[in-house]
Design a protein around this ligand. Structure first.
Ligand SMILES: Nc1ncnc2[nH]cnc12
Ligand SMILES: [Zn+2]
Length: 328
C-alpha cells in the first residue's frame, strides 16, 4: 500500500452523513433538507456550501469536534496515510456556539488521540471564509496568530472564490505570514486562471488549494512550476463540482508534466463520495500513475507540509521505509 499524505481537507466537510444524522438526533434537528437516503443533497457549489454549513452547525461541543478529528485521522491512517493537515474554521465554531480556542483545542485533542492510536501526524490550518468578507478573514488570521496551539501551523482561505479580490485579503495573509504560519489559499477552482495569478501576486502563498484552472494559461503553469508553488489538487472534488467534465479531462497529468508540484487530496470526502485512498486509486487508474509516482506525490506533500523540520525528516524517513509498503 502506498504511503499517503493529505494537505487539503476541511474537517467539517469530512463528517460522514451517518455521523451528522447522529448529531442531528442528539440536537433534535431535522437534517432532511441536506441529507436524504444517507447522502448529502446539493446541486451546485452554492448548494454544497449550504449543506456544508448545515452539517457544521451540528458539531456544538468540544467532544463533538474531538471525535470528528479522531475519527477522520484514524480512518486516514487505516488507508496508509502518515500525515494529515486539516482546514479548520473558527467562524463555523462560533456559529455553532464554541469559542475558537475551545474548538481548536478540541480538534487538537482528536488529532492527539489519532496519533496515539495510529502514529499519524496531524496539523491544523486556520481558514478564513472568503465570502464572509475581508474583516472576517483578518479576524481569523489574528486568531491563528494569537491562538498559540502547537498544532496550528498554517493559515488559509476557503469559501466562494468569486467573492471579492485577493488584494482585499492581502493584509490578513501578511499578518499570518509574518507570524511564521504557512500560507495556502483556494484559487483556480470556481474562478479561472486569473484567480490563481492574482492569488500569487497579492497573497504570495506557498501552496494553492486546487489551482487547477491555471491550466487555461500556459504561462501561468510555467510560473507555478518555476516558483515551486505546490498545488493541493482534489480531482474527484473538481469533477463532482463540475470544474472539469470528467477525470479524463482533468489536467493533473499535464500539470505534473509541466513540472508543477502536485499533491492529492479529498477536500470534503463524503460530499464528493471520495476518500484520500480513492484519490490515490483514481490517480493510478485515470491518470496512469504507478506506485513510485504516487509515492512522489506523497513526498511532495511532506516537503510542502507546514511542519517543523524534525517531524518532516521523520516522516520522509518513514515514507522512504514504506514508500510502497507491503500489503497490510
Ligand atoms: N472545495 C471548496 N472550495 C471552496 N471552499 C470550500 N469549503 C469546503 N470545500 C471547499
Ligand atoms: Zn477545499
Amino acid at each position: 500500500m502506498v504511503a499517503k499524505a493529505e494537505l487539503h481537507c476541511h474537517i467539517e466537510g469530512a463528517a460522514s452523513p451517518d455521523l451528522v444524522l447522529a448529531q442531528a438526533r442528539r440536537y433534535g434537528v431535522d437534517p432532511s433538507s441536506f441529507i436524504r437516503d444517507g447522502a448529502y443533497v446539493w446541486g451546485d457549489f452554492t448548494g454544497f456550501l449550504a449543506a456544508y454549513d448545515a452539517a457544521a452547525g451540528l458539531f456544538r461541543s468540544e467532544e463533538d469536534y474531538a471525535a470528528l478529528a479522531e475519527d477522520y485521522l484514524t480512518g486516514l491512517a487505516r488507508d496508509g496515510a502518515v500525515y494529515s493537515e486539516i482546514f479548520i474554521s473558527p467562524d463555523h465554531a462560533v456559529k455553532a456556539g464554541l469559542s475558537p480556542d475551545a474548538y481548536t483545542d478540541a480538534l487538537g485533542e482528536g488529532i492527539a488521540r489519532a496519533r496515539a492510536a495510529t502514529g499519524i501526524e496531524g496539523r491544523m490550518i486556520v481558514t478564513g471564509i472568503r465570502h464572509f468578507g475581508a474583516s472576517s478573514v483578518e479576524a481569523a488570521a489574528r486568531f491563528a496568530v494569537r491562538c498559540g496551539h502547537p498544532l496550528v501551523t498554517g493559515f488559509g482561505m476557503a469559501g466562494e472564490e468569486r467573492f471579492g479580490h485577493p488584494r482585499d485579503y492581502a493584509a490578513a495573509f501578511d499578518l499570518a505570514r509574518e507570524a511564521g504560519l504557512g500560507i495556502t489559499v483556494h484559487a483556480g477552482e470556481l474562478a479561472g486562471w486569473e484567480s490563481v495569478a492574482a492569488a500569487l501576486d497579492h497573497i504570495r502563498p506557498a501552496r494553492i488549494g486546487h489551482g487547477v484552472r491555471a491550466i487555461e494559461n500556459p504561462d501561468l503553469v510555467r510560473r507555478l512550476a518555476e516558483e515551486g508553488v505546490v498545488l493541493e489538487v482534489c480531482p474527484v472534488s473538481n469533477v463532482t463540482l463540475k470544474v472539469f467534465a470528467d477525470l479524463a479531462s482533468h489536467p493533473l497529468p499535464q500539470l505534473l508534466a509541466a513540472g508543477c508540484r502536485v499533491t492529492l487530496n479529498s477536500d470534503d470526502p463524503p460530499h464528493f463520495h471520495t476518500s484520500l485512498a480513492h484519490e490515490y486509486a483514481v490517480a493510478a487508474e485515470a491518470f496512469g500513475l504507478d506506485d513510485d509516482a504516487l509515492a512522489g506525490l506523497t513526498r511532495t506533500a511532506l516537503e510542502a507540509a507546514f511542519l517543523d523540520e524534525a517531524t518532516r525528516a521523520m516522516l520522509l524517513r518513514r515514507l522512504g521505509d514504506k514508500a510502497v509498503a507491503p500489503e497490510a
